[in-house]
Design a protein around this ligand. Structure first.
Ligand SMILES: O=C(O)CCC(=O)c1ccccc1C(=O)O
Ligand SMILES: [Mg+2]
Length: 377
């Protein structure tokens, strides 16, 4: 297929509720939506998961717009490709900028699956027709607030509850939730808020039977996490530290974690996610699919990836209504009793709702094969 055109939309949506991590609070969600068209007029859709500010990763909406406009699109438009795996080869000479690469690569995967009359899940080698999902709850002001918030989501049937923690809002909160819900699968995510000096404190989490502690130490570390994992019983899961299969291999060899959170954008796309999947399956390292507060387009990609067999643990892909008054796909992603039924339509399987997409588009740029420049407006 020929990559005829790449359309980049600058979107602005606002989440129903603010979401707080150890770094701060987000509610407005500017992001980039990518539509890749082939020579027959078929479209594939992808989403950049970069945030406005570089608190979680170094990439931002602004750096992604630059990379997609000035560096990545020129490498791809006009090219003839036979499989989406070729996109990561074409982008191979560009260092990092994984979320920007992934936004385009994801759209090409959707396009490829549609042209070949397959679901994206099938194109990836997925095997499940339903996926188990959990929920990620932001940092709460008090243990009581966390217990009540957890109660609501346990009532909705989510299969695993993840609580964001930070220094000063950790042990007492986890204890209160564990006492209130003795049997619910629970985990905590620190988004890099601790250091090895906090080992004694993190060890206190061992008594709460957490499924894992996610990214307790520095965002770029795999050495200290290995030391921490030796000192505590709770399995360590890496999020921020993992950008590639190479990172995964090193973390697994060093014993830095026992579980990995795969975010498609963070590792540079679905092709790299699949490689990580296959390696971890062989090594007996369970995976789950993380979230970046995506719109329906990115969410649909997460659903498809989670159908691969080694995505054993429930991920963060909650239903659309957890985040949005209205989503930009039809139907929305719906979680019932902690399960999402994988759609059977071709490609991502959910229809992009163009009217809603237009409503939240504040600017768009088109990079086309025939013209050398871009049009904006
Ligand atoms: O519900 C989601 O999409 C995931 C929520 C979440 O935990 C998160 C949200 C934004 C940035 C980082 C993270 C994380 O997994 O660390
Ligand atoms: Mg995380």
């Amino acid at each position: 297929m020929k990559i005829q055109e790449i359309r980049m939309r600058h979107m602005e949506m606002r989440m129903k509720n603010p979401f707080t991590t150890s770094f701060g609070t987000m509610q407005d969600k500017p992001f980039l939506l990518i539509e890749v068209k082939d020579e027959e007029g078929n479209s594939g859709w992808g989403e950049s998961v970069a945030f406005q500010h570089p608190w979680y990763a170094e990439e931002t909406v602004g750096t992604n717009a630059h990379m997609i406009r000035d560096i990545l699109s020129p490498l791809l438009v006009g090219k003839e490709i036979s499989h989406p795996d070729e996109v990561s080869e074409i982008f191979g000479g560009i260092r990092r900028n994984n979320m920007a690469k992934s936004a385009i690569e994801g759209a090409v995967w959707d396009l490829y699956a549609k042209r070949n009359k397959m679901t994206l899940a099938e194109a990836l080698g997925g095997t499940k027709d339903k996926i188990d999902v959990g929920i990620s709850i932001g940092v709460q002001d008090s243990a009581e607030d966390m217990v009540e918030t957890v109660r609501g989501f346990v009532g909705e049937g989510y299969k695993r509850i993840k609580m964001k923690i930070k220094p000063g809002a950790d042990i007492s909160i986890v204890r209160a939730v564990r006492e209130a819900f003795p049997d619910v699968p629970l985990m905590a995510d620190a988004n890099s808020a601790y250091t090895l000096d906090d080992t004694d404190l993190l060890k206190q989490l061992d008594e709460f039977n957490l499924t894992m502690i996610e990214q307790p130490l520095a965002h770029d570390d795999i050495i200290d996490h290995a030391e921490l994992q030796k000192a505590i019983e709770t399995p360590v899961c890496l999020d921020e530290s993992i950008h590639s299969l190479e990172d995964v291999k090193k973390a697994v060899e060093l014993g830095s974690c026992r579980i990995i959170n795969v975010k498609i954008g963070r590792v540079g796309g679905l092709t790299e996610s699949k490689k990580i999947h296959d390696y971890c399956m062989e090594k007996g390292i369970p995976l789950w699919c993380g979230g970046m507060l995506e719109s329906g387009i990115g969410r649909a990609h997460n659903v498809a990836l989670t159908t691969l067999p080694n995505f054993i643990l429930p991920g963060d892909t909650a239903g659309s209504s957890r985040y949005w008054e209205e989503d930009i796909i039809e139907p929305e992603v719906v979680a019932v009793d902690g399960e999402i039924t994988v759609p059977t339509g071709y490609g991502i399987g959910y229809e992009p709702d163009i009217a809603k997409i237009e409503k939240y588009t504040v600017d768009q740029e088109v990079f086309a094969a025939e013209t050398s420049g871009s049009s904006r407006g």
